[in-house]
Design a protein around this ligand. Structure first.
Ligand code: NAD
Length: 234
């Protein structure tokens, strides 16, 4: 039976073939950097320059990376599927948007945005971020940080995400290791609400056993095939 509402959760794996490194794979970013140093409020307080430089490199890589066939297929599903398709991403890149998706819920923030730690103002940011940048709203000096959610901080849009999961009848996790909560718990939430669950990944994730179905392979191949099947032309 055709699902009336599909919730898709994407992770770093969907952008891997665009040239953006994942975090937890054997050659991932966490093998080169310590999470505590570059992705926690404490790391930022200790060495803000290291953190800004880390995200300056992520931002430059993101701007140079093209969307791939997986991003484009998900955008096509959002445009053409007769039911509702909600896209939630843990990715901080903008490849879903550049792949054609119009509605993307960025639960871990966006590398192409700045956040003022003083007043909470958020605005677009494409260049390098420096220690002496000034907030475009409150003019505080030195409070400008990347608008990304660090470990220990609350992800964005959680109420809206849980509401969508509660009413979906198909939940699909694509290219995520299932190691970071709360996103790793969405599959159980969806299942408790009676949704069918599907994992699409290069290899089984940490919580692969929680899914009803698992499709393995590179996202640029598996996701277009899945979408073609859902749209009835595969
Ligand atoms: P992760 O690095 O923990 O896991 C990546 C997953 O993708 C793994 O399960 C791996 O098997 C799979 N994968 C790798 N290549 C793939 C491919 N070609 N096709 C399909 N799957 C592939 O990433 P995660 O689960 O998203 O971890 C969560 C954290 O990583 C989030 O906080 C997210 O913000 C952050 N992150 C984002 C980006 C980005 O924005 N592009 C990049 C790295 C990490």
């Amino acid at each position: 039976m055709r699902a009336s509402h599909i919730v898709i959760l994407t992770g770093a794996g969907v952008s891997a073939e665009s040239g953006l490194g994942t975090f937890r794979d054997t050659d991932g970013l966490w093998t080169k950097y310590d999470i505590a140093d570059v992705a926690t409020p404490e790391g930022y307080a200790k060495n803000p320059k290291l953190v800004l430089d880390f995200y300056n490199a992520r931002r430059a890589n993101c701007r140079a990376a093209p969307p791939n066939a997986a991003h484009e297929a998900i955008a096509r599903l959002q445009r053409e599927y007769p039911g509702r398709v909600t896209l939630v991403t843990q990715n901080i890149d903008d490849l879903h948007e550049r792949g054609g998706s119009r509605q993307v819920i960025h639960m871990h923030g966006q590398i192409l945005q700045a956040l003022c730690a003083e007043c909470g103002h958020q605005w677009g940011w494409t260049g390098m971020m420096e220690l002496d940048d000034i907030c475009h709203s409150c003019a505080t000096l030195g409070a400008v940080r990347p608008d990304v959610v660090w470990f220990g901080e609350m992800p964005y849009h959680m109420e809206a995400i849980w509401a969508r999961i509660a009413e979906c009848d198909l939940f699909a996790a694509i290219g995520t290791s299932g190691a970071v909560y709360p996103a790793a718990g969405f599959v159980s939430d969806a299942q408790h609400r009676g949704a069918r669950t599907l994992e699409i990944n290069l290899e089984p994730s940490d919580n692969a056993a929680c899914f009803d179905e698992c499709r393995l392979g590179p996202a640029s191949e598996t996701v277009p095939m899945w979408v073609e099947g859902l749209l009835g032309d595969g």
